[in-house]
Design a protein around this ligand. Structure first.
Ligand SMILES: [Zn+2]
Length: 886
């Protein structure tokens, strides 16, 4: 799954031919689930095969189902317990799988809180193989949980139409059919459905049979899946178009989109075909299904962008389709990365699945790491490896508080599963894997990965299985380092002190712990890590070592030293002022990744009070004017984040002047409009420069934005192109009532789901409180669709207190617009930009209304807010002094 990361308050801190022969397993040994694997179900039975038939009624938002589960019972049992959520059971019976013997009627009892259904037998069930037949009904949701509906404008007619999709991760397969809905219970699935005859139905496998059903309906039957976890099943039906091509490995790649949008999937389709061959090679295991589709859902979620259903990826429109009218350059890169991520899951997650949700990072950290690696392989001109620093900083923004958790964490409840999809699981997971790959060497690492996949395919695994595979490939000490970074939370702080005498540098290193809210405790009793270091600058070759406590190293020469060369180490480095001074002088000659990494590291250390601000601002200022476009964009974003901290007009003017002096020439060189054949990274840099100058109130940029926006009054296509959202954002932020009404009219007039979503969200961007309030009210009218909570989160970026108070006042209504999986983190997102001390009390009041397993995101929000209240004044003072000295 690709989750939606929370808004950071401060910028400091992606109908086929016949089925190929499919292996059905077995890698998971037969027998009851072992006690070593967590489960909330009794261990008396295991499913082997599901036959599920559904009849959705899209208009009434209900469906009926019949299911036959072939299962093995291992001990004399009075009942069988499966998962079920919001299902009504009409009848259930147990039939011996041999067909001999009589059927046994079962009595179903629902336990709603446990999301389970217990089928009690009139007499003991003897061990053996059976078929459990269930007739049931369920509901179609309007948010992405279980079987759900999306309403959207038909791009050809503008009429509102409805399509159906499913979303089962983490535990929502149980909303579709009674299932052993835990990842270790792998089984084969055969799905069929009754759908409108003029619609396209899609699932994990191709359709093998389609039979007219009368009354404008047809019955479609999908081929049997390989052995897989229940959360990977997919079903969708609607007025779709499919474009397809054969990948080099013979697999049919397809993009399925709402009718009228088909060609918008061309970029994704071409990427998918190339990526299939690349992953086949990397994993040493050919993609095991005959086809891979990626299905575009016209809507959005507060929780996720895309989902890796095996052979049938689901992706919300804007993360899959390139709409030339509005898709920005950065969005195009996101589309690529998202698809690379979900495709990596086809192996890491689908073919090999974690035993239990404790190890969800194995899926998500790995797919995040792999997406960057694959993007770098095909699009080095986007410099995707430079984004590894951003990922590290996203992870550390959560990991530097007491409320963090280890990558591998013990999970029991559904709520805890949903919360596990966070920056620790994804971004810290990616960072640690990058560090360990760097430590092991890319080839040895890949050898280990291949061995791991081969050993566990069609089965399950845990984190240590991966470490052991890489160790066996030739990195014997890997597990020690890996355990330090995955089994304990937090961030190592490496203190570096270089002294020079007689042309020789002595580098004293010691390991502490970096924290934003337990600074004293972290200093007195730091956790211990084995930290892999790559020390650069001391000679032609970097010096590699593992820091175990403290160390002293000697180098010839007295030049600048980088302790985290290449920036793949997951730690912060506290340099002495003299070392920082040397790095500042050397900045123009440093590698792009080190330029970004050093600036981010020192700014974070300054924000947390570990060092003064000035040396960090000096490093930021030292990034050369001709820097790599991604580095330049990063620098401009840092200035933008610092600007947000300031309050005095004089300081803001001074910072704007600094930014203009450093970076306006680059914008002038790029020009205001995209040039044919320019690199995507240049389009991105231009967008960032325009957005930042616009935010700071630059008269030329504001004037450009208004003039361009005014053309929309007579021509809705006047702004089409990769900079459309950039200009619209500037106008929306500074909107007048007339601007706001035009945005609203445009959102209602467009036939493009992508444009509609964008215009709607922008209504919430207005800094003017009256307009922001109008946006909030509009979100609840129903006119903005069922996923209009994105308007509320947009308001929260500029008016967090207003958005929060509104949500609390209309809690039930706003929550109904958020998918269940995203609810617990929704409030954290709302207050991510707040610096109002009164918000702490409000959050504490909210927390008191929540069950214990939903409180952590609120605790995290409070901790981050307290930290902003502490660090912003300090940063403000430091910046004031630094600006005054220019
Ligand atoms: Zn994922």
């Amino acid at each position: 799954m690709r989750f939606i990361s929370a808004t950071a308050a401060l910028l400091l801190a992606g109908t086929a031919s016949a089925l190929a022969a499919q292996p059905a397993g077995p890698a998971t040994p037969e027998g009851p689930l072992p006690a070593s694997i967590t489960s909330n179900l009794p261990r008396n039975a295991r499913p082997l095969h599901y036959r599920i038939d559904v009849h959705p009624d899209a208009r009434k938002l209900t469906f009926t189902g019949t299911e036959s589960v072939t299962l093995k019972v291992y001990e004399p049992s009075s009942a069988l317990t499966l998962n079920a959520n919001e299902l009504s059971i009409a009848s259930a019976k147990l039939v011996p799988a041999s067909g001999k013997g009589t059927a046994m009627s079962l009595t179903a009892t629902i336990d709603a809180a446990a999301q389970q259904v217990r089928f009690a037998a009139p007499q003991p069930i003897a061990p053996g193989t059976y078929r459990l037949d269930v007739v049931y009904s369920g509901k179609i949701n309007t948010q992405a949980n279980g079987l759900f509906a999306l309403d959207y404008p038909d791009k050809r007619t503008g009429k509102t139409v409805r399509s159906l999709f499913t979303q089962f991760e983490a535990p929502d397969g149980r909303r579709f059919a009674p299932e052993f809905d835990e990842p270790a219970y792998k089984a084969t699935f055969e799905l069929s459905a009754v759908v409108p005859a003029d619609q396209m139905a899609v699932s994990n496998t191709p359709i093998v049979r389609s039979v007219p059903e009368g009354a404008g309906l047809k019955h479609v039957y999908f081929a049997q899946t390989p052995k897989m976890s229940s959360y990977l099943l997919f079903f969708g039906t609607g007025d779709f178009e499919r474009i397809a091509k054969r990948a080099p490995d013979g697999v049919e790649a397809g993009i399925i989109a709402p009718a009228g949008s088909g060609e918008e999937g061309r970029f994704a389709l071409d990427s998918m075909a190339d990526l299939l061959a690349y992953y086949d090679g990397y994993f040493g295991e050919k993609f095991p299904l005959s086809k891979l589709d990626n299905i575009a859902g016209p809507g959005q979620s507060q929780f996720f962008a895309a989902m890796e259903n095996w052979g049938a990826i689901f992706t919300f429109n804007r993360y899959l389709l390139v709409d030339p009218a509005i898709t920005s350059a950065v969005q195009k890169q996101t589309i690529y990365a998202d698809q690379a991520h979900e495709m990596a899951h086809q192996w890491f997650g689908d073919l090999v699945t974690m035993d239990w949700w404790d190890d969800i990072w194995l899926n998500e950290g790995f797919a995040s790491w792999m997406e960057t690696k694959a993007t770098d392989h095909f699009h080095p001109e986007w410099f995707p490896l430079l984004d590894r620093v951003d990922g590290r900083e996203r992870a550390m923004a959560l990991d530097s508080f007491k409320t963090t958790h280890p990558i591998v964490q013990h999970i029991r409840t559904v709520e805890e599963i949903d919360q596990a999809f966070d920056a620790i699981t994804y971004a810290k997971g990616e960072a640690i894997l990058s560090m360990l790959e760097g430590y092991a060497g890319a080839d040895t690492w890949q050898k280990g990965i291949r061995a791991y996949i081969a050993a566990h395919k069609y089965g399950n695994a845990k984190t240590d299985d991966l470490w052991h595979a890489v160790e066996a490939a030739g990195v014997p000490e890997l597990t020690t380092i890996a355990h330090d970074f995955t089994n304990q939370p937090g961030i190592p702080l490496v203190k570096a002190e270089a002294t020079c005498s007689n042309g020789q540098t002595t580098l004293a290193l010691s390991q502490g712990e970096f924290s934003q809210d337990r600074t004293e405790d972290a200093a007195a009793h730091p956790q211990h890590w084995h930290v892999p270091l790559v020390i650069e600058g001391a000679g032609p070759q970097p010096v590699r070592t593992v820091l175990d406590g403290s160390a002293s190293l000697t180098f010839s020469g007295c030049g600048p030293l980088i302790v985290n060369g290449g920036q793949l180490g997951y730690f912060r480095t506290l340099y002495t002022p003299a070392m920082l001074q040397q790095l500042r002088t050397a900045m123009p000659q440093l590698r792009p990744i080190d330029q970004i990494g050093l600036v981010r590291d020192t700014l974070s250390l300054a924000t947390a009070g570990y060092q003064p601000g000035a040396p960090a601002f000096d490093l930021l200022q030292a990034i050369p004017a001709n820097a790599n476009p991604v580095v330049a964009q990063n620098a401009v974003n840092r200035w933008s984040g610092l600007y947000d901290v300031l309050q005095s007009d004089a300081d803001r003017a001074a910072l704007e002047a600094t930014l203009r002096k450093l970076w306006l020439p680059r914008l002038e060189a790029l020009g205001f409009d995209p040039r044919p054949d320019e690199q995507l990274v240049d389009t991105n840099l231009r967008s960032t420069l325009i957005a930042t100058l616009g935010k700071m109130g630059d008269a030329t940029v504001l004037d450009q934005a208004r003039t361009r926006f005014a053309r929309l009054r007579t021509n809705p296509h006047a702004l089409d192109g990769p900079l459309k959202t950039t200009w619209l954002n500037i106008v929306a932020r500074n909107a007048t009532p007339a601007d706001w009404r035009l945005l609203q009219t445009l959102s209602q007039q467009t036939k493009s789901p992508a444009e509609r979503a964008t215009y709607q969200e922008l209504l919430g961007a207005a800094r003017d409180r009256t307009l922001a309030q109008m946006a909030l009210d509009y979100a609840l009218t129903g006119k903005a669709g069922t996923t209009s909570s994105s308007i509320v989160t947009k308001v929260a970026e500029g008016n967090p207190e207003l958005a929060y108070d509104f949500t609390i006042a209309h809690r039930a209504k706003v929550e109904s617009l958020v998918d269940d999986s995203g609810r617990s983190t929704f409030y954290r997102r709302l207050v991510g930009a707040s610096v109002d001390p009164a918000m702490i009390g409000k959050l504490e009041t909210l927390r008191a209304t929540l069950p214990a397993d939903q409180q952590r995101p609120i605790d995290q929000a409070i901790a981050a807010l307290k930290e902003r209240l502490q660090s912003y004044p300090r940063l403000r003072n430091d910046l004031h002094a630094w600006l005054a000295a220019r």
